[in-house]
Design a binder for this molecule. Structure first.
Ligand code: BES
Ligand code: MG
Ligand code: ZN
Length: 488
């Protein structure tokens, strides 16, 4: 959870606070102008700093105690940078520093940190993401919690609010993903989606239980769900923030709350990490929460296919042939390539029933994407160059790296089966990520569509400092929101 519950903007610091941060830039030997601090005598600052030589060097922090409304003032040395991702990281570093000082309410002088309307959103995202902690299963570890930050400066409150909401959307996605599979079940995600949808009058939710899958023709999803201990769910939220006649944008997420591999069982090393196989659905949920709060003016369909992939007497067998929602038959050669089987039906269902103008899907689909791109970038594939460019543009804004992989038709041949329309494998170990992409393409008709394989980026220790040192990253939430806003 993000501990910051209250981020407000004020032109003057007229309330009390535990700690005020004032930035001092690299090499500056004088303390900065602190006109926002009416309560502090400049003399006391001069006295406190009289022994300090170069107060503005990076990493240098000088704390001055004060017996007034502002209890402490910290001079915070930093290096000015125009790169927004560095500003995001600065926000997170500032939060970590505040947390290490064990204060509940901190204030930040924006001007001294060179924060203007241009970089305010990134700074706020960093502040909130940097306050993330996951202590649900260590309740005793909770200490003094930083829950309020007052930003002091003459800036646009709306921009700060957007940064805060996106930061919280990321933290919410991280929370969902970090919960273990015995807690975070398909029903848990469904309940949360319904709850969020109730907070916005323009949202309507629908949850389809596994008991209806066969009758509805969701045979590919059902095949994976057969072995699950927890009931699988197809979770749908319709958001109508735009004009009635405008076609929606569909956001589709892979929500495997645990992927053991099924009968094609995985090796046990790191199998625990397969609780993160729902990180694609965490993107959709994080964006859902942000949309519920910010109400952008467009129509959106949120769709999640959620189940476990388990072995057992009821689990589907390698070699089974299933029929997807769009009528295509699939030979299941490996039950561990289950994400594409679930998404096949969700994509086909969304395509047919909502006729979206564009579809984006998010999935921890292949281990192979780690071989191709490592854990720094998500794999991007699609059937429409202009949509791909729109995603790339949003990715530049949010600082979440994507890299396009080719979808030439030679690859599509690799997923054709000799006895069914398709097979759920390409030609392993070659081009595994692209095989996943071209397989999914078979279920969107001609709708412009992009697939993001986030298996390398969704969890694990990550740089920069706004990322957690372990666990889920919440990757994708900010990028998708930027994408949506660019679509208005
Ligand atoms: N959820 C996994 C992909 C994955 C593996 C993500 C490791 C992150 C780390 C997916 O369902 C899967 O098992 N894919 C297989 C596909 C293969 C059988 C064609 C894989 O990547 O090995
Ligand atoms: Mg799998
Ligand atoms: Zn999986």
């Amino acid at each position: 959870m993000s501990t910051i519950k209250n981020l407000q903007v004020k032109t003057n610091l007229n309330t009390s606070c535990d700690l005020l941060l004032v930035g001092t830039q690299d090499g500056v030997t004088k303390f900065p102008s602190m006109d926002c601090v009416s309560t502090l005598s400049r003399k006391s600052i001069s006295n406190a700093l009289s022994g300090e030589k170069k107060i503005g060097s990076e990493k240098k922090r000088v704390v001055i105690y004060n017996d007034n409304k502002v209890k402490r003032i910290a001079l915070y040395g930093f290096v000015k940078n125009t790169d927004l991702d560095k500003v995001r990281a600065l926000g997170a570093d500032v939060t970590s520093y505040i947390i290490s000082n064990k204060v509940k309410h901190a204030a930040i002088n924006l001007k001294s940190f060179s924060i203007t309307d241009k970089n305010l959103q990134a700074f706020c995202e960093g502040l909130v993401m940097g306050s993330y902690e996951f202590l649900d299963y260590k309740p005793k570890a909770k200490g003094i919690v930083l829950n309020k930050i007052t930003l002091v400066g003459d800036v646009d409150k709306k921009i700060a609010q957007k940064g805060e909401v996106l930061g919280r959307g990321v933290c919410y996605g991280r929370d969902l993903s970090n919960h273990p599979a015995n807690v975070l079940t398909p029903s848990y995600i469904a309940k949360d989606a319904v709850k969020i949808a109730k907070t916005n009058a323009k949202m309507k939710s629908k949850v389809i239980d596994v008991s209806k899958f066969e009758k509805l023709g969701l045979g590919s999803f059902y095949g994976v769900a057969m072995g699950a201990h927890e009931p699988a769910k197809l979770i749908l939220v319709e958001y109508k923030g735009g004009k009635a006649k405008d076609k929606p944008i569909a956001l589709v997420g892979k929500g495997l709350t645990f992927d053991s591999g099924g009968i094609s069982i995985k090796p046990s090393a790191k199998m625990d990490e397969m609780k993160f196989d729902m990180c694609g659905s965490a993107v959709v949920m994080g964006v859902l929460q942000a949309v519920a709060e910010l109400s952008p003016k467009l129509n959106i369909i949120f769709a999640i296919g959620s189940t476990e992939n388990m072995p057992g007497g009821k689990a589907q067998r390698p070699g089974d042939i299933v029929t997807a929602y769009n009528g295509k038959t699939i030979e299941v050669l490996n039950t561990d390539a289950e994400g594409r089987l679930v998404l096949a039906d969700v994509l086909a269902y969304v395509t047919k029933n909502y006729k979206p103008k564009e579809i984006l899907d998010f999935a921890t689909l292949t281990g192979a994407v780690l071989m191709a791109l490592g854990d720094h970038a998500s794999g991007l594939m699609g059937n429409d160059p202009s949509l791909i460019n729109k995603v790339k543009k949003a990715s530049k804004k949010s600082g979440e790296k994507v890299w396009e992989l080719p979808m030439w038709e030679e690859y599509s041949k690799d997923v054709k089966s000799t006895i069914a329309d398709l097979r759920n494998l390409g030609r392993p170990p070659m081009a595994g990520t692209i095989a996943g992409g071209v397989f999914l393409q078979e279920f969107v008709d001609n709708t412009p569509w992009c697939h993001l394989d986030i298996a390398g980026t969704a969890w694990g220790p990550k740089e920069p400092s706004y990322q957690p040192k372990n666990g889920a990253t919440g990757v994708g939430v900010r990028m998708v929101y930027e994408f949506l806003e660019d679509s208005i």
